[in-house]
Design a protein around this ligand. Structure first.
Ligand SMILES: [Zn+2]
Length: 319
């Protein structure tokens, strides 16, 4: 080949090489854009944990209730509503826990799939409170006939995980196998936790659980405990003097050692009762939300439930 011909060939080879490199570079970018993670917005902490466990790193899971806040009192601001509108899936607790969700779901664009988790778990009716307060205070139940704190029954947490597995597989079918593997691994951990509860609460001196806010009905029901709450299902009620006096009587009568209170709401009432009855007041975590400190300490549904069990075993003098 002549020298000039060689130069021409080299020139064209270089051009082709440059085009090839450019094509490769743009081609590299395209899959990245199309595989941008889908967002799933969830409400309560237990949903957040189950969703993260099932999704692994394949979906972007966002919890909208700010860390450390009282989840009963939360309602989304316009920015948060806009975030939910952009999500592929919005999961909420239901059973009256988020009073804002029913209105919101009707205004969301059709691109957002909505999942009311309470439809997939076993619900129990709102317990009649042991105080006389509820007789005249029936508006407590206006949210619904069911107790919304269902994640505290570990079997429900398993159902929630299975539901997220199925739902995630619908929005991202290509990852169905991975979702199922992740869900199975997390459910195995939940089953171990459940076995600790069954064994740990099998033989106890007393089985009465007194708490300030009525969040532990499912935990009591699943473990055959009697649960008495000072205030009702919503966290902003105030008990009457008569209710407080009744509870103090129960504490003395049943030789109860601890009054439990929920960490993220006021513990004044629990502290007052404990002081007057001469017993201990201790926090029990209902997992509606977690605090920044708990998150920093890598606390999870699993670790907090183990911690709750330890405190109950101590208080109820379990073997
Ligand atoms: Zn609650």
């Amino acid at each position: 080949m002549c020298e000039k011909c060689q130069k021409i060939v080299l020139f064209f080879v270089s051009i082709i090489a440059i085009i090839a490199v450019l094509t490769w570079l743009t081609a590299e970018k395209e899959p990245a854009a199309s595989s941008a993670k889908l967002t799933v917005v969830v409400s309560t902490f237990s949903q957040y944990e189950a969703a993260c466990a099932v999704a692994g790193d394949t979906l972007h899971i966002r919890s909208i209730i700010p860390l450390g806040s009282d989840a009963h009192m939360f309602s989304p601001n316009p920015t948060q509503v806009a975030d939910i509108s952009k999500a592929a899936l919005f999961v909420y607790n239901g059973a009256g826990f988020e009073t804002w969700a029913d209105d919101l779901k009707n205004t969301l664009p059709k691109t957002v799939q909505v999942l009311d988790m309470s439809q997939y778990v076993t619900l129990i009716k709102s317990e009649e409170n042991h105080s006389d307060e509820h007789e005249k205070n029936h508006d407590v139940y206006e949210h619904g006939a069911f107790d919304p704190h269902y994640w505290l029954d570990i079997d429900n947490m398993i159902k929630m995980t299975e539901t997220l597995d199925a739902q995630f597989s619908k929005i991202l079918p290509v990852n169905a196998k991975k979702f199922h593997e992740n869900a199975t691994a997390y459910i195995d951990k939940l089953k171990i936790l459940k076995s600790h509860y069954v064994k740990g609460l099998a033989e106890c001196k007393n089985r009465t659980l007194i708490t300030n806010h009525d969040a532990f009905g499912y935990l009591a029901h699943a473990n055959k405990l009697e649960d008495i709450s000072v205030i009702g299902l919503s966290s902003d009620e105030q008990p009457s003097a008569k209710t407080i006096a009744n509870i103090i009587e129960i504490v003395k009568e049943h030789k109860i050692k601890t009054i439990f209170f929920e960490e993220l709401i006021s513990d004044n009432v629990a502290q007052t009762i404990a002081r007057e009855a001469g017993v201990k007041a201790q926090p029990l975590q209902p997992l509606e939300n977690i605090s920044e400190d708990e998150l920093k300490l890598h606390q999870t549904y699993l670790t907090i439930m183990e911690d709750n069990l330890k405190k109950m075993r101590e208080s109820m003098e379990c073997r």
